[in-house]
Design a protein around this ligand. Structure first.
Ligand code: KIV
Ligand code: NA
Length: 276
């Protein structure tokens, strides 16, 4: 079944939890989609997980478009959300609409995600006016890492909490279809979830959110440069993968791969002709 932004909004009314994962390429998107996920985010976590940067700040619009197209080819039913990278929606409303539009036209995404509340609310409104669905993102927003002084949990004091609730309400009024809540105490996420009518999608925000999202490589145990407290590693695939690579190397060195079953052969007639 095709998942839409309307499906997301109605799931909250039904009290049905929403599920999202990140993907950056065709084959992983195809697996995640086949498993029955509701939404796939082509996150700017791409910068860390796939491109090997220290944070998400160097990711470009072109990077996200390139990977979103690949994900879109792999996903049949999931709602595809493209992350707007740092500085692609901060300069002007016009620039924000143009970049968001590229995510849809060139990236084949269904929606875009922007980090922030009040500071960017004019951009959120303008993008929605351009008929592009927007997902909000509040809390530990990684594009603000240098302002926060590191990847630090947000919403830990009264003024921060009040700002989060205010921002969530502003985003709801602007017409976002969902809000990602990242790295905030679960009580705060619960308050926001009760306050707004649009679904909250949590990551490091406790169980009371209307849905959850994780970085796929974190869930699979494929990315170990940094494993935050909120990650549950459902597998440690890096161990399996390492073993497979080592077996391959050893097989080739010993002449045990490829075997006959992996090899093409000449037919008898050609063989005989060659021998003449
Ligand atoms: O870039 C990303 O993967 C994200 C999610 C973790 C919410 O923004
Ligand atoms: Na992101």
């Amino acid at each position: 079944m095709k998942k839409t932004t309307t499906y997301f909004k109605e799931a909250k009314k039904r009290g049905e939890k929403l599920t999202m994962l990140t993907a950056y390429d065709y084959s992983m998107a195809k697996l995640i989609d086949s498993a029955g996920i509701d939404g796939i985010l082509v996150g700017d976590s791409l910068g860390m997980v796939v491109l090997g940067y220290e944070n998400t700040l160097q990711v470009t619009v072109e990077d996200i478009i390139h990977h979103t197209r690949a994900v879109a080819r792999g996903a049949k039913d999931a709602l595809i959300v493209a992350d707007m990278p740092f500085l692609s929606y901060h300069i002007s409303v016009e620039d924000a609409i143009r970049n968001a539009g590229r995510m849809i036209k060139e990236g084949m995404a269904h929606a875009v995600k922007l980090e922030g509340g009040e500071e960017i609310i004019d951009k959120v409104r303008a993008i929605i006016n351009a008929q592009i669905p927007v997902m909000g993102h509040l809390g530990l927003t990684p594009q603000s890492v240098n302002v926060f002084g590191g990847f630090k949990v947000q919403g830990k004091n009264k003024s921060q909490i009040e700002k989060l609730i205010k921002d969530a309400k502003l985003l709801e009024e602007a017409g976002v279809f969902a809000i990602v809540l990242e790295g905030i105490p679960k009580e705060v996420a619960e308050r926001i979830t009760e306050t707004v009518s649009v679904p909250t999608i949590g990551i490091g925000a406790g169980v009371h959110c209307d849905g959850q999202i994780l970085v796929t490589q974190d869930l699979l145990g494929l990315y170990s440069d940094f494993v935050p407290k909120f990650v549950k590693q459902y597998r440690k695939l890096s161990v399996d993968i390492m073993e497979a690579f080592k077996e391959y190397i050893s097989d080739v060195k010993k002449g045990q791969f490829p075997k006959d079953e992996h090899s093409f052969k000449l037919d008898e007639q050609t063989k005989n002709e060659l021998e003449k």
